[in-house]
Design a protein around this ligand. Structure first.
Ligand code: CAO
Length: 421
């Protein structure tokens, strides 16, 4: 049986992280992703954060698996003709250029529709229509403009960005969902459509619980935030809440045995109401089960610091993995803080293909994150990223059906760069 997106051709004009995340997912599900890159230059990330001289960086290789690369200067007249043929042949065009770049190239949405009415044009921009629509945006700007930074960090301290790339990879995921939905719609309508995902919108979507809390502030303090028990008044906006869970089941990050030497010897601990009695027994506070100051979730909210202080006294006597083992027996939700060293070595993640080892001709073996979404009938084989222009000849010949003579002429025009050995 074929892969889920087999037969779908994607004209991939993406670069850096947000767009490539999206097209990599489509490639993993079986789409033929043709990455268009400037001759001799390519995606800027090929050369960024290089760890092996003259080899494509990990930044690039980890975001561009299972794609083919064609070098094509789309500002050259012959290059534009090749691009027209690509647009007529492909199902989806994905881009995350700065605002207006595709129009400046001469390929507006109106023109693309005339060339191929079934084409789906999918774009990532920093902002949607409005005052900031012309701005360039990178990850951390999106985290700030989408509300994540104002709610991340400790109360009274500076806003923080997070290591999770919710602006780039998060928006790439949103866009992939939009593309697949538009492909599904095309089955009925026979027509393509424009799919837009703004990074600000994507981050805001992932932070929607904070907009929930913003509105709850109008009716009183947010009692599950630690500052409530600390008698710190709330301001006008959803505050930073440190490691508070922020949900209906209070949680915190607590120290575990070895925390003084190991910066990751911590656990997340959730005081889920359903297992409160087991928590009391495990931490040696059996009287809290019946004590009206601790017995109900509501009664515990003003004294979260005391409650988590007592739990931490217990977690500090155990390693983060012992806490996990003991608590899991009682259905208490906890999670160790795993370092990237631990994740890289975790065999269960290797077994599921979530972490994969890939062989690359320029750099040898490296680790990457595989497809986090598993389809039972569309297994993913992670194939190394393409070298710059590695597939120019085969795409011109096999996909676009140019003759050898035509390819020589295209090459002479300077539209596709040097021939690869
Ligand atoms: N042939 C010829 N020209 C090409 C080309 C090709 N194959 N591919 C790209 N170009 C040109 C573009 O047409 C553009 O030219 P003009 O500026 O003359 O119109 C130029 O290369 C630069 O493209 P760009 O504007 O996208 O790149 P940048 O470095 O100036 O900006 C970025 C980078 C990321 C800030 C911007 O693309 C952006 O804001 N993108 C949208 C938001 C986004 O995705 N941000 C996430 C980035 S991290 O994942």
């Amino acid at each position: 049986m074929g892969k889920a997106l087999e037969g779908i051709k994607v004209l991939d004009f993406t670069h850096v992280q947000s767009g490539p995340t999206c097209t990599q997912l489509l490639a993993w599900f079986g789409a033929d992703v043709i990455k268009v890159e400037r001759p001799g230059i390519g995606d800027a990330t090929r050369g960024q954060l290089r760890d092996v001289p003259d080899a494509d960086s990990l930044y690039f290789t980890m975001l561009n698996h299972n794609k083919r690369s064609i070098e094509l200067n789309t500002k050259n007249e012959t290059g534009k003709e090749v691009l027209v043929r690509l647009i007529k042949t492909c199902d989806v065009l994905v881009e995350n250029f700065a605002p207006g770049a595709l129009d400046r190239m001469g390929f507006s949405w109106e023109k693309i529709q005339i060339l191929n009415s079934r084409m789906i044009l999918a774009s990532i921009k920093g902002f949607g229509p409005g005052p900031y629509e012309d701005c360039k945006v990178y990850e951390n700007i999106a985290q700030c403009a989408g509300g994540a930074a104002s709610t991340t960090g400790m109360l009274g301290d500076v806003p923080l960005v997070t290591g999770a790339q919710i602006g780039d990879s998060g928006t790439g995921l949103h866009l992939a969902f939009g593309i697949v939905t538009a492909l599904f719609h095309r089955e009925q309508s026979g027509k393509g459509q424009k799919v837009s995902a703004a990074m600000q919108d994507g981050v805001l979507n992932l932070c929607r619980v904070k907009l929930r809390d913003q509105q709850r502030l109008a009716t009183g303090p947010l009692e599950e935030y630690s500052q409530f028990g600390e008698n710190v008044p709330f301001g006008e906006a959803t505050p930073r809440a440190g490691n508070d869970s922020g949900g209906g089941q209070p949680g915190r990050i607590l120290k575990c045995k070895g925390w003084k030497k190991d910066p990751d010897s911590y656990t997340y601990f959730i005081t889920q109401a359903a297992v409160w009695k087991s928590i009391c027994d495990i931490i040696g506070k059996p009287k809290w089960k019946e004590d009206p100051n601790y017995a109900t979730p509501k009664s515990r909210l003003p004294r979260l610091n005391e409650v988590f202080g007592a739990i931490e006294e217990w977690t500090m006597t155990k390693t983060k993995f012992e806490v996990m083992d003991i608590c899991n027996e009682y259905g208490i939700p906890v999670g160790p803080i795993l370092s990237f060293k631990e994740l890289a070595e975790e065999q269960s993640l290797r077994a599921t293909g979530t972490i994969v080892e890939v062989e690359h001709p320029e750099r040898g073996k490296y680790l990457s994150v595989g497809n986090p979404v598993k389809l039972s009938d569309s297994p993913v084989e992670v194939v190394r990223s393409p070298l710059l222009g590695e597939h120019t000849q085969e795409i011109l010949c096999d996909v676009l059906q140019y003759s050898d003579k035509e390819i020589r002429d295209i090459r002479e025009s300077g539209a596709i760069g040097e021939e690869k050995k």
